[in-house]
Design a protein. Structure first.
Length: 177
């Protein structure tokens, strides 16, 4: 969670400072979140220490992490604040659908195309690209308008989250029949 809060701050700072290291910090924060989350789960399962309380303490920081990264991405250079908040809401909603399905008696549904690791991959790739390219290469022109690469990434995440929600609801519904 701390890594993603740092990543979100670094992303937001890219809009006011053109320091390439900020993009690297954001990319590393997103990937560190995934690594820590994976190791935490593996240790809990391997040691036999998994519990309902552990699941709660696993889920809450994940939602804070999603919010920190996507809100930060909305404020980032080439980002869109509204899309950052929408991506945050939909990322949290995908997790909510999975949790609601589990509460109803279905197995955990982690399908994508925009599960947690996929969302972080999109942000990481944009950050790494932005770290090595000039800002002029981070803007895409369509006819007479321009869109920032981070805005495009947030739009991809939003579309992917909508598809993911529909897939998860469908799969959970079939499992509960």
């Amino acid at each position: 969670m701390c890594a993603c809060i740092g990543a979100g701050i670094a992303l937001g700072a890219t809009s006011v400072a053109d320091y390439r290291i900020l993009w690297i910090i954001a990319a590393l924060g997103a990937q560190l979140r995934l690594t820590a989350n994976m190791l935490d789960g593996m240790v809990a399962l391997a040691s036999g220490r998994s519990s309902n309380l552990g699941e709660l303490y696993n889920e809450v920081p994940d939602r804070i992490s999603d919010a920190a990264v996507f809100i930060g991405a909305g404020f980032a250079w080439g980002g869109n604040i509204a899309l950052g908040y929408i991506a945050t809401i939909l990322a949290i909603f995908t997790a909510y659908v999975r949790a609601a399905g589990k509460i109803a008696g279905a197995p955990n549904e982690f399908c994508g195309p925009m599960a947690k690791q996929h969302r972080m991959l999109v942000v990481t790739l944009i950050c790494l690209y932005s770290a090595v390219t000039p800002r002029s290469w981070q803007i895409i022109s369509f006819n007479d308008s321009q869109i920032g690469l981070m805005t495009l990434g947030l739009a991809v995440i939003i579309l992917g989250c909508v598809i993911t929600v529909f897939r998860r609801v469908s799969r959970i519904g079939r499992a509960l029949k």
